[in-house]
Design a protein around this ligand. Structure first.
Ligand code: ZN
Length: 332
């Protein structure tokens, strides 16, 4: 079946550009997924190679949805790095190969796909998706916390996304311990230095080398992986692996302090926990983060609601599709 749209809204594309995978979706006007494709993010080359892989993923998703990419109303992209939505450029996407300088990602995609492309910040786009279509629907103000390789944050206040001057929402770099662990950003004591999966893996490797008992790396090898992906942490926790339990406990304590500190400033109605670890570990761990927040909450009589992101792994891409210009709205 091709699209069932009777109201004239052409399907739209959405691409979530991650450090390890590129997720593309084609959705109809009600954001129902008509086709989706996932490709690995190139680890070599440069921005042009990443753009080519994004186009390939989008083309495959469109094929599965029974549309040509040049028939899409538009393609939205959730990107890491510094995103200039107005000029369609991305700078300093450091998880991606050789992407320190500015690259005109929007132009490259428009040329390859034949439809207009719009860029947004990956975490904000995923938060907007949860706000519009997922766990955030009942609320006017939410904080999205994306617990994965790093810890990303997205803010919606009174129904509108808040990115400050462009760098807002960086909850991963809220300080949870002055003079604490070194963070990937070069500063010390950030939330991400305790709760980001990359930092947790670094600590796990150090402790393992020093003889700490753990099955984390055995599970990693069994799964044919070279990194401690979220599913590996989940498995180790199920086996009560002592090192996994300890590092996850530390992460939850840090998340409690960091998220509560932001809540003390914003006082949003709900916190939505997403990201690879957040989604994998699900409700019991989201509740533990809520409990870990309590000692740090100024208004501890009225804690915010805590939810796990509902849109799961496709949330980023569906959110990106929300950026694409709807047929009924003229471009700015
Ligand atoms: Zn940091």
């Amino acid at each position: 079946m091709t699209s069932g749209s009777g109201s004239g809204g052409a399907p739209r594309g959405g691409i979530d550009l991650g450090g390890t995978k590129i997720q593309a979706v084609v959705v109809d006007e009600r954001q129902i997924v008509l086709g989706e494709a996932r490709h690995p993010t190139p680890t070599e080359g440069g921005p042009a190679d990443v753009a080519a892989a994004m186009s390939a993923a989008m083309t495959e998703a469109a094929g599965l949805a029974g549309v040509r990419t040049d028939a899409l109303a538009g393609v939205g992209v959730g990107s890491p790095g510094d995103v200039d939505a107005q000029h369609g450029t991305v700078t300093a996407a450091r998880n991606l190969p050789d992407w320190e300088g500015e690259f005109a990602l929007g132009d490259a995609l428009e040329k390859a796909l034949g439809s207009p492309a719009r860029l947004g910040n990956d975490v904000q786009v995923a938060t907007d998706a949860e706000f519009e279509l997922g766990a955030g629907r009942p609320y006017r103000s939410v904080l999205g916390v994306f617990w994965g390789t790093g810890v990303g944050g997205g803010i919606v206040l009174e129904g509108r996304p808040w990115v400050g001057r462009g760098a807002g929402g960086e909850i991963g770099h809220v300080v949870v311990r002055i003079g604490g662990e070194l963070c990937g950003c070069g500063r010390r004591g950030c939330l991400e230095a305790y709760a980001g999966r990359a930092a947790m893996e670094r600590r796990a490797r150090q402790r393992h080398k020093k003889g700490a008992k753990t099955e984390l790396f055995k599970i990693m090898e069994e799964r044919g992986r070279s990194r401690l992906m979220s599913g590996i942490w989940e498995r180790a926790l199920k086996r009560d692996d002592p090192l996994a339990v300890e590092l996850i406990d530390d992460a939850i304590e840090a998340l409690g302090a960091g998220v509560a500190s932001v809540q003390n400033v914003l006082d949003v109605e709900a916190i939505i926990i997403g990201g690879g670890l957040g989604i994998r570990l699900g409700d019991p761990y989201a509740r533990r983060i809520g409990d870990a927040m309590l000692p740090h909450l100024f208004d501890d009589l009225h804690p915010p609601a805590i939810h796990v992101a509902e849109l799961g792994d496709l949330g980023g891409a569906i959110g990106a599709a929300l950026l694409a210009v709807p047929a009924s709205q003229p471009a700015v």
